[in-house]
Ligand binder design. Sequence first.
Ligand code: HEM
Length: 578
Amino acid sequence: MENALTSHLAPLQKDRELRCKDLMLSPLSQISQRIWNPPTIMPVTADLEQPSSLLLLAGATAGVVCLIGLEEVLRLRNKAANASSSSVDGKPGGRPDVLRHVTPEEKAKLCEVPRVKLTPMEAFDALRSGKDPHLQEKWRDELDSDVFYVQLPLNKRMYFCTDTSCWDTLLGPDGLEKSHVHRLLDLFGEGQMTRTRSLLSRKTSGEGWHAIRKALAPAFSNKTLVAKTHIYHRVLGSFVKALEDAADKGTIVNMPEWGLRYTIDMIGEVAYNYKFHAFDDERNGEAKALLRGLDVIFRETRYYSTHFVCVCVCRPYMVWKDQVREYYQSIRLFRDVCRKIYRQYLDTPPEKQDAASIISYIHNNPGYQCEFEKLCDIYTLLWAGHDTTGYTISWAVYHLSSNPPVLKKLQQELDAAKFAEELPSYDELAQLPYFNACVKEIMRISPVVSNGTRRQTESGFKVTSRGVDYWIPGGYQMFVPLFARLRDDRIWGDGKVFRPERWLEASEEQLKVYNKLFQPFSIAPRSCIAQHLALIEVRMTIAALFKRYEFEITTEPEFFYSITYKPRGLMVKPIKRS
Ligand code: HEM
């Protein structure tokens, strides 16, 4: 792993300094990058026998202690402020006014949220390991409550609300803000202690999110995306060809890995006109190194969920851990590849730039304050744009291959359909009811963004669930897991069973309820900006794969959660259909 990463880093790093000057226009960003960009500071490679390294380590330790203390002081201050601001007559700042209209008298009558019966260390381990993606469902059933919290070490808590009726209140336009975790620590460390953040992590109000999203929206409209069908077909064509070779040779395929190779190719071309050549054995070194690197990043990023400040500050000093070195190498590789993508775009003469590509919309977006902010969204879209779709395709292979009667029915429909070209178009697929029911069912039972994202309880507020009024204190992280909504037996009857027929058999009334609750892309205003892109890609791919192949599962997957929900280790043998 290290060799693969290092060999791809070396050439990219050659003109790194130059590009940093070029792209990070803000001097503040440059300075903070240098100070806080862990790969460039000493400790990761520190020679512990050098007195200077020891001094640095001692200084860093003192810094960590101060930061943890500072964080706690800020939390307590926030708590005190919330206690006084939770009245109707106060004029509190921030957004969730709807949530906080509770008088002190009312507050006294509210119930305390039940705590998950785990010690802080047990809760930390359970969340960090990612081995049980259905934890929140389990905790909900154990406590018989849709609102609960886990206590974590260092006096931290995470709140969860699995009640679907609270969804609009918590995530809707007047709902909770994005978590302050993102303010300190954006994905891949780029936002660490800097003012830069990505579309995914900006607060809904006051951080330019609205302007940026509005200017990016046309790039993700159905019309713009459907016009790129030739690109989807080209990339999908190489994936189908690779599977054909595997089928001819009887090769067993690691489906999640292949899914990600395919979707990184797709997002590279659709969004950035950049070719990763992930299925070309001669040229796929960069893509392979990048995907392995991202796997390392996600593994490490799990620690952020619980103790982000400690992790973000301490990790660079964990010199004895190989995985920490790998983590920073991977971040470096990821950043450098994104810079290369942006450089390639900037070097393209304007008349040859594709004005409808997502990178053009990023580059010409007046919402960003500097080039570095644009780069942050190039990272975000590259990551979010392949991981989610890649694992959805793997889930499709898993569910359809594990349910032969469903697969048979689906293939009958696909066989009967007439497609104008070899690969189907978006409009042609829209005409296939059973196929569309299968796609919905896959995304219902295995929503890749199963936890939603974290939100922040900026001030204390009231939540009513199952007729009980709870008081949620301010200053904590809150999760509104998608799983709970999409797999809840109280809504779906047999929520944990894969049954596409439910979408076709439901009465009109029932279907209305299902469609309202089926929100794998979350709800406005922070719903997925790329949902049309995701649906086009996922639909076309599922249709193309299952029209040609069947997949024999040779190794059952391990259900795993780390940022996204994954069927880890799913091995399949593609078999050509006669
Ligand atoms: C099956 C595929 C996908 C699923 C299930 C999915 C799901 C989601 C969900 C649930 C959110 C909301 C997170 C929150 O509550 O804060 C989200 C946001 C987002 N997604 Fe996706 N997504 C998918 C594909 C993609 C793709 C292909 C891209 C990029 C090309 C993308 C980019 C983003 C971005 C940038 C946001 C943040 C939007 C904002 O806050 O304004 N997603 N996605």
